[in-house]
Ligand binder design. Structure first.
Ligand code: ZN
Length: 188
């Protein structure tokens, strides 16, 4: 990648999706190789903060016995349960007081894969003057894909840091990239 600072413009924002212990190798719902996104994502975070670009970090934050868990007939093993170690951000993720945390997955009646799904996130982007989001995080074929599609549906331009995300499933990851590009996302 060329100089990151040249790629940052007024109206840009950065969103890092669900870089939590449970989604990394050793966690309860690991995405293969997930931790290897951290060096590149930290570079993006550092540059964004240095240029006063809004930076958001989302987290999956489920109540115990969440409706998305297998025990309730959902698709996933229990993961990212509120206040557990596994729900914490990966310790190597660069953090700063200026970063805004977006919490999702808290609803009792449904899962929220997209960061836009009834979180008020779009309203916050409007408030912050963000018209173009740059996105990385986990998982490419899950929450990242759904967030990208929702951004486009809300009229927010979006660029995907391809080396800053990983899929649960390699083939689904390839399809996700294809679909996002077809829908209008820029793959960087
Ligand atoms: Zn979840």
């Amino acid at each position: 990648m060329s100089d990151l600072s040249q790629q940052i413009r007024k109206g840009d924002g950065l969103i890092i999706v669900d870089l939590q212990w449970d989604f990394c190798p050793g966690g309860l719902l690991p995405v293969p190789d997930a931790h290897n996104t951290l060096p590149l994502l930290n570079k993006w975070i550092g540059r964004a903060l240095a240029q006063n670009m809004p930076v958001y970090v989302s987290r999956d934050w489920h109540p115990k016995n969440h409706i998305s868990f297998l025990e309730r007939g959902g698709p996933w093993p229990p993961h990212c349960i509120q206040d557990t170690d596994g729900a914490q951000f990966h310790p190597d993720l660069l953090r700063d007081d200026k970063m805004v945390v977006v919490t999702k997955g808290t609803r009792f009646d449904k899962d929220q894969n997209s960061v836009f799904d009834e979180t008020g996130f779009h309203q916050q982007l409007i408030h912050d003057g963000v018209r173009h989001l740059i996105i990385g995080g986990l998982a490419l074929d899950g929450c990242v894909l759904q967030t990208v599609l929702d951004a486009l549906h809300n009229g927010v331009q979006i660029s995907v840091i391809q080396e800053g995300t990983r899929p649960m499933d390699a083939e689904a990851g390839r399809r996700a990239i294809e679909r996002m590009a077809k829908e209008g996302a820029v793959i960087i």
